[in-house]
Write a new protein. Structure first.
Length: 421
């Protein structure tokens, strides 16, 4: 049953020395505040990076060519070689569990390589298959993406990135059907895209002009050369399991030693994302260690101040025990004082920490909406269960902080306490 007189007595005791209570509570306030801010910042970093790769197939790997590091079959060391169109079908036939595969070629990004009427700019020129959109999904602003008919008929069409559109066309103008000149040749715009991810192969997609792979090979005399090969494994199969098989097939097709580790360059996004996962886990653990350490320092301060309080009230405690106060009453009062002091400071720190993260999140969101640019820090926040855990820690810490002083109070004999001056 709620005892109003008892809680008034506890509150009077806490406020008896306001400055001492404030300074003691500040340690708890600062500990929980720093814990919340650091946990939210760690989550914000994780959200920012994960948003930057959202829409990109994480089960993918990319291959390119380097000079050989070993002589083989009469070829000298340091030989340069190129992947070819035929490699795509050979890899697909010899390596199982491939979901998507697309070659890529890149054009020069010389000054003013793209022109529309009286406006011009330097952009990334890329050629690939329509299936690339399955690997790196793009948001359509106008029109459509490159399709299979464009590839088959080698159509002179293109898809442009958002920034290319903003710099070459008037705001609000639909550019679909308009002609632009790319490296001296005219192409009809069939779509405008805005990247979902911040991953840009050979340059950001918003600053790119995308041509059908077959059209670009023929128009700029690339023959059957491939600059980059993009491969995604099936959903239930790790791309790491086929990465070495693909390298081996490429080496066999181009007379490269199977022990040559330099000739075929590559990057495995699955491994990169696994590394990110463990990085964020490590950051989270570090944040909680540092935050709990800071909070523990504040709890020690609360425990010390309660010891001082018990010392000052020795005579009062002795009289109460002489009048028949039970030990659990003495213990509950001291622990209640510690718990209230800890909870008040902790809840204030929790609320201010969450409030600060909310303000920062609002500023970052408004900035992204105005600039249309992604960041590596987004939506700093603490989860509901993290807040519940922090509350449980506060309650537990408040009890622990008051237990030692309460135990100390019980060791005082009533007759000795009454005589204490």
């Amino acid at each position: 049953m709620f005892d109003l007189d008892r809680w008034q007595e506890i509150w009077v005791t806490i406020t008896r020395n306001k400055m001492r209570s404030i300074l003691t509570a500040f340690g708890v306030f600062w500990g929980i505040f720093m814990l919340v801010v650091m946990a939210g910042s760690g989550k914000g970093l994780e959200n920012g990076i994960m948003e930057g790769i959202r829409g990109f197939s994480t089960n993918s790997c990319f291959f390119w060519t380097n000079s050989t590091s070993e002589p083989y079959k009469g070829f000298r060391k340091g030989r340069y070689w190129n992947m070819k169109n035929s490699d795509v079908e050979i890899i697909r036939s010899k390596v199982s569990h491939i979901q998507y595969i697309t070659p890529m070629i890149f054009g020069g990004n010389s000054a003013n390589n793209t022109v529309h009427k009286d406006k011009a700019g330097a952009y990334n020129i890329k050629g690939f298959y329509p299936v690339y959109d399955k690997i790196d999904h793009q948001q359509l602003i106008y029109g459509r993406f490159i399709n299979d008919i464009d590839i088959y008929e080698k159509r002179k069409v293109c898809v442009i990135g958002r920034r290319v559109y903003e710099e070459l066309f008037q705001k609000g103008q639909n550019p679909v059907g308009e002609l632009i000149k790319v490296n001296g040749m005219y192409y009809r715009v069939v779509g405008v895209i805005n990247p979902i991810t911040m991953i840009g192969i050979n340059g950001p997609m918003e600053e790119s002009v995308i041509l059908p792979f077959s059209t670009m090979q023929q128009a700029y005399n690339y023959g059957d050369k491939i600059h980059l090969l993009c491969i995604t494994a099936e959903d239930d199969y790790k791309v790491s399991l086929i990465e070495e098989q693909i390298k081996s097939v490429l080496k066999e097709q181009h007379s490269i030693s199977l022990t040559d580790n330099q000739a075929v360059g590559g990057i495995n996004l699955e491994k990169q994302f696994t590394m990110f996962h463990y990085l964020f886990l490590g950051i989270s653990i570090l944040v909680w260690i540092v935050g709990l350490g800071t909070l523990f320092a504040g709890i020690v301060g609360v425990s010390n101040i309660m010891l001082v309080t018990v010392r000052e009230r020795t005579k009062e405690i002795g009289i109460r025990r002489a009048l028949g106060a039970k030990p659990r009453v003495i213990i509950s009062q001291i622990i209640s004082e510690s718990l209230i002091l800890t909870l008040l400071a902790g809840m204030l720190g929790l609320c201010l920490g969450v409030g600060l993260l909310t303000v920062v999140d609002s500023i970052l969101t408004a900035t992204r909406e105005n600039t249309h640019e992604g960041t590596f820090f987004a939506h700093p926040q603490v989860s509901f269960w993290s807040a519940i855990l922090a509350l449980v820690i506060l309650i537990f810490a408040g009890i622990i902080a008051g237990f030692i002083p309460a135990w100390r109070a019980l060791q005082i004999k009533a007759i000795d306490a009454i005589r204490e001056e």
